[in-house]
Ligand binder design. Structure first.
Ligand code: SUD
Ligand code: ADP
Length: 276
């Protein structure tokens, strides 16, 4: 049996620099992992099964099963596995939970089935499942360009974050097809980006469409520099200590769901793999 983490990511900044002919957008974003997320275990079995299933997601649509099938088809491998999922990350929250589950599945089954695929091959396969899968396979904090799949490793500070979930579902395709989305941020070097204020080009639009996001973000900004991650809905505040982040969580409006986690430039997935 192999047990591996599927951590969340944050987009520390996210700029949209253009729209491509296929409808996808060119981005400049800084990905960092946190030490909080889902967990998966892989046990050899004859078929391919996943438990428990996720509410509203048919097993064959679950990115975990889709990743496993993709690996089988790509390599011609006919081995099976039972996969157990401990789901902690909110779905559709901009934390990349589904993509991280898919990446951990590709990496975990590559080991369990002894397929010997390189990280580069796994990341290329993963891109078919979602634009965020490659960075989770890559496992190091990165400045990402293209559709988010061309990486330059980066080493931003690793502060404590308070991540809050406004509890609304933001549709990524709906944000990317909205005519009001700003799409022409200038292309800059990593150095220039690191030294300019960090922003998220999706934030104003998501706040307009979802007042719950605007409300929670303006509350969090009273305590710490804060932004939205990805296309939302989650927002994060940056703190110098775990204690300060936890105290702020304790003050949060009744019913607010969130967690405190440390930023990691090396993904907990890579750390777990090298310990095995
Ligand atoms: C923009 C990011 C930043 O991290 O948002 P989050 O999903 O994390 O919030 C991601 O790259 C999203 O990745 P992911 O959620 O895997 O997106 P995909 O399934 O590949 O694409 C969903 C839809 O978003 C749009 N899309 C996505 C990525 C991109 N660079 N340009 C796009 O236009 C496309 O319309 C696509 O149909
Ligand atoms: N294993 C999975 N975990 C989470 N979501 C999944 C999974 N498999 C499929 N999905 C679908 O993918 C959507 C996006 O999920 P997720 O990656 O958590 O969000 P985001 O990309 O906003 O961070 C979900 O709303 C769900 O319908």
């Amino acid at each position: 049996m192999i047990r591996l983490p599927a951590p969340a990511k944050l987009n520390l900044f996210l700029y949209i620099t253009g729209r491509r002919e296929d409808g996808y957008h060119n981005l400049q974003t800084l990905f960092q992992f946190v030490d909080f997320g889902d967990e998966l275990s892989f046990t050899p079995a004859s078929g391919l099964t996943l438990s428990p299933s996720l509410p509203g997601v048919a097993p064959e649509d679950n990115l975990i099963i889709r990743a496993a099938r993709l690996l089988q088809t790509h390599t011609g491998c006919n081995k099976g596995a039972h996969i157990r999922l401990t789901k902690r990350l909110p779905m559709g929250g901009g934390l990349g939970g589904g993509s991280s589950d898919a990446a951990t599945t590709l990496v975990g089954l590559n080991r369990l089935w002894q397929l010997g695929l390189s990280d580069h091959e796994l990341a290329t396969l993963g891109l078919q499942l979602g634009a965020d899968v490659p960075v989770f396979v890559h496992g190091r904090a990165a400045f990402a360009e293209g559709v988010g799949d061309i990486f330059t490793d980066a080493a931003p500070p690793e502060p404590w974050y308070l991540v809050l979930n406004p509890g609304v579902n933001v549709s990524t395709p709906a944000i990317f097809t909205d005519p009001d989305l700003p799409r022409n941020s200038p292309v800059m070097s990593l150095e220039q980006r690191l030294n300019s204020p960090w922003q998220n080009d999706c934030e104003a639009l998501v706040k307009k469409r979802h007042p719950e996001v605007a409300k929670l973000l303006s509350w969090l900004l009273e305590y710490a520099p804060s932004r939205m991650t990805g296309t939302g809905a989650c927002v994060f505040g940056t703190f110098n200590s775990r204690d300060a982040a936890e105290r702020t969580l304790n003050h949060a409006p009744d019913g607010t769901v969130g967690f405190v986690a440390r930023g990691c430039n090396r993904s907990p997935l890579l750390t777990a793999l090298s310990a095995q």
